[in-house]
Design a protein around this ligand. Structure first.
Ligand code: AMP
Length: 363
């Protein structure tokens, strides 16, 4: 648990002019639809932008106010925090916000109201904690190996930190594991200190669905907001090559996310999709109160037994939500109008202000 207590944040929120709230976020990741959605719900918007990276925000015109910083990590500087409080800002966390501001700073130093549960961010960043959430929820996950010596079938090898899949590889035996570690080290993608931290799990042969949910703490309801699949380099380029050439060039592919495709899942799988979302919300309530308020994502693989297997979660808005900036088939079913994840967040904040229940969704 961090040093910033919810009671302190509520004191700051108390002084805010609730008729004049600004929705703010860091200019990266999913900030375009976060701010666009905030405008659609009638809020003022602010972007904390690294010098030189203003172009998309200016061209798409999503921000009323620019707070320019030399480096993203400056967002935790006291003067920037004061600027945010001065404009009654509620900050929406996303993957880059966590990566650049730093988890420890968010927990201990960032005295600005954040949408969602500040404490849950650590649970998605640490693989063992993430696993605990899934195990507690009794959700199907890939089998985990405790040692490379035990590898007896295809496995996926992963490393800690937000690397966007860099350095991940597939192996089928202890020898292949050692060889590939060597290749990744030569490429400069792994260091000796990473090797003990290798996370080895069953390779699930199946199709990838990253499922974006929104848990409304106000309504105690889980919504499916949209789905995407990842477009990853070099693997997705590699598989366009005939198999013979793939063997000839002897390249070890990597899984660096470069973009996303929107997806829909077979309708008969939707009961499972709702079930795992509901289960994760319940386990998060138990393990890290108040739970997964707001957006979260379950990255899954669906095998040919039609089992939905979850290999990763995000406990905040995930990059794949960019595939439905104008709404998805699923968010349309629920809301009957274009509803991005960003807009859904602002709608929740708007409803909370109206009901005088902001304290339920802010930490
Ligand atoms: P991640 O960085 O965890 O999102 O993983 C990057 C990519 O690796 C995913 O998009 C999947 O394509 C693939 N992947 C991850 N875990 C597994 C697994 N257990 N089995 C098969 N593919 C996986």
């Amino acid at each position: 648990m961090g040093k910033i207590k919810k009671s302190n944040i509520l004191k700051i929120l108390d002084k805010y002019d609730k008729d004049n709230i600004t929705i703010a976020t860091l200019g990266s990741h999913t900030s375009l639809h976060i701010l666009k959605g905030a405008k659609e719900e009638g809020f003022k918007t602010a972007i904390i932008c690294e010098k030189g990276r203003e172009t998309p925000y200016q061209r798409f015109n999503v921000a009323d106010e620019y707070i320019i910083v030399n480096e993203f990590k400056d967002i935790v500087n006291e003067e920037i925090q004061q600027q945010l409080r001065d404009i009654n800002a509620i900050v929406i966390p996303h993957g880059s916000f966590v990566a650049y501001a730093g988890l420890k700073n968010i927990e201990d130093k960032f005295n600005v109201p954040i949408f969602g549960n500040r404490d849950v961010l650590r649970w998605e960043s640490e693989r063992e904690k993430e696993r605990q959430l899934l195990v507690e929820g009794n959700i199907r996950i890939p089998y985990k190996y405790n040692s490379p010596e035990d590898i007896d079938r295809p496995v996926m090898v992963k490393f800690p930190g937000a690397r966007g899949g860099r350095g991940y590889f597939v192996a089928s035996s202890p020898t292949e594991f050692k060889n590939k570690i060597h290749i990744m080290k030569e490429r400069g993608w792994l260091e000796d200190s990473d090797i003990d931290k290798a996370h080895i799990e069953e390779y699930v042969s199946g199709c990838n669905y990253c499922i974006h949910y929104f848990y409304s703490a106000l309504e105690d309801k889980v919504e499916i907001m949209g789905m995407d699949t990842r477009y990853e380099s070099s693997i997705d380029g590699f598989v366009r090559m005939p198999a013979k050439d793939q063997l000839d060039i002897n390249l070890t592919p990597s899984y660096v996310v470069t973009g996303n495709h929107p997806a829909v899942i077979r309708e008969s799988l939707l009961p499972q999709v709702f079930e795992i979302g509901d289960k994760l919300v319940e386990s998060a309530k138990k393990l890290v109160s108040p739970g997964l308020n707001g957006p979260f994502c379950m990255q899954t693989l669906v095998n040919d037994n039609l089992e939905v297997i979850c290999f990763e979660i995000s406990a905040r808005t995930d990059g794949g939500t960019n595939t439905f900036m104008n709404g998805s088939p699923y968010s349309y079913l629920t809301h009957g109008k274009p509803m991005s994840m960003g807009r859904r967040i602002s709608l929740e904040i708007k409803n909370a202000i109206e009901k005088k229940e902001l304290e339920k969704i802010i930490t």
